[in-house]
Design a protein around this ligand. Sequence first.
Ligand SMILES: C[S@@+](CC[C@H](N)C(=O)[O-])C[C@H]1O[C@@H](n2cnc3c(N)ncnc32)[C@H](O)[C@@H]1O
Length: 281
Amino acid sequence: MSAPPLRPAPATTAPAAPERAGRNGAGSSRHGPSPELAAFGAGRGEPYVRLLAGQDMASLSLRGADGSSHRLDAGSWVRPAGEADLTVIDRATGPLLDVGCGPGRMLHAAGARSLPALGIDVMPHAVERARQAGGLALRRSVFERLPLEGRWRSLLLLDGNIGIGGAPALLLRRCAELVAEGGQVLVEVDADADLAVVGHCTLVDDDGRESSPFPWARVGWAAAAALASDAGLVVVEHWDAAGRHFVRAARAARTTAMREARSAIAASASSTAQMTASAMP
Ligand SMILES: C[S@@+](CC[C@H](N)C(=O)[O-])C[C@H]1O[C@@H](n2cnc3c(N)ncnc32)[C@H](O)[C@@H]1O
């Protein structure tokens, strides 16, 4: 991907509101105004709903405004947790919050290890499937009020979910707020360590069915580490498994020394943590 001019994502801008007809008010969020933008893969040809409805799809692609495309292994979302997923569960402690849980394979994997887990997702079909599979799931945006705020021991942002809302800095700050002191955020990141792009894209299936545009982001591990530091998290581990990449970011106790160290890190990291506004993906 060619590098467009740097433009930091505005930190104070509310994340794109997923469509939430009905409950809790459409797109309502207590973390700022919510523009009426589509959620991940929603609208038009509804490729994501078709996947959730059980259509046989091995992959979906993110398509950028410039026609570029990035394949997603969407088939894995509707299969049981795989080898790479289990490396995340190996590091998790409960209670665990799976943000953007989709049909809930991680909830199932957590349950198999007796970890108490809750999934949240804005897509009703996803929540329904997660519940049918025996998971505990709520139809809720990560930016809305949630149970156990500040008390989750582990929070998952997998399958590219660092892209939720197209505002990764804001999302990581929200995640830091949700986890307990000493808790951790487990994030799947892009293979390209320094990638940090935000923009609008659509989701397209192999038959060309395309969603409405929605805001999204892609972030590599080095860029995620800088953003995490700004959010009050410290990346303590980076690993890869079965071709996927992850970071583990811990929320430390907010001592004065920590706050001072964090400001110093944030000052030096902010130069590398700038998000590039891009024709996603
Ligand atoms: C890339 S898919 C991830 C799939 C999922 N992790 C799985 O295991 O199937 C992104 C997911 O995030 C959900 N999502 C999008 N915006 C969200 C938000 N603001 N809060 C919670 N979930 C959201 C989407 O509905 C979708 O299920």
